[in-house]
Design a protein around this ligand. Sequence first.
Ligand code: ADP
Ligand code: MG
Length: 281
Amino acid sequence: MIRSENLTFEYIRRDEEGNVESIAKALDSVSITVKRGDFVAILGHNGSGKSTLAKQINAILVPTEGTLYVDGMDTQEEERLWDIRQTAGMVFQNPDNQIIATVVEEDVGFGPENLGVPTQEIWERVERSLRAVGMYEYRTHSPNRLSGGQKQRVAIAGIMAMKPKCIVLDEPTAMLDPNGRREVIRTVRELNRREGVTVLLITHYMEEVIHADRVIVMDDGKVVMQGTPREIFSQVEKLKEYRMDVPQITELAHELKKAGMPLPDGILSVEEFTEAVCALR
Ligand code: ADP
Ligand code: MG
């Protein structure tokens, strides 16, 4: 679905005469692959290049060096731009910036309408997408009155209605309360599992990545760790070097282990923790 080879990107700032004032290397030789149907989480401290990578996948930005393929399409081929954008849908942090209509179902229908989808099919897609994110009963409501989590689910339905093969979510829960965060993550997981949509979830909440098939950790424009959630969270000290937290329960288990309790590495949930502790007796 996604393959990058030594993808490098520099933000170049120029003065009025066009002379280069500064260069910021935001992506430094990033090589990743994401298979169709995968759920991949991307973690990294602020400024590590996550949003820049997301914008590359949607061809909002194109590589300075190296290549990026989205469903086999090279993002540097301008004539594929619309195909690429239709293949990879984007969901951003702030749901208020993504909702444009005054009625939920019209908002969700806006994307397919723009793509020239026939009216009857638009309504079918709107209904299906709203059901998929659990917002069908709100179809005639005004988005303004919804909670943050509900708005973000409507934004996700709007992307789903365009039938992308892949969806890239750039910190979709950063502005939400814990309930909203849970709703959105549950929705994204279900889209992945039931509809087979490839998911790239960028987040800095560790708890949101434990269900991913794979985790990619970025630091300073580079991919510094890759593996299953358990492989990644088994390396608490290394994660801390990259200024990352680990899930609270993982940290507790790690500290207890350091203090001499024979617990396994990479405990991801309270259930696993309880089981491991009970097994000690
Ligand atoms: P993240 O999403 O992980 O916080 P970003 O991709 O936003 O990281 O930023 C990566 C690096 O690129 C940072 O050093 C940031 O300052 C720089 N950067 C981001 N956007 C711009 C821009 N429009 N112009 C110049 N530098 C930028
Ligand atoms: Mg960002």
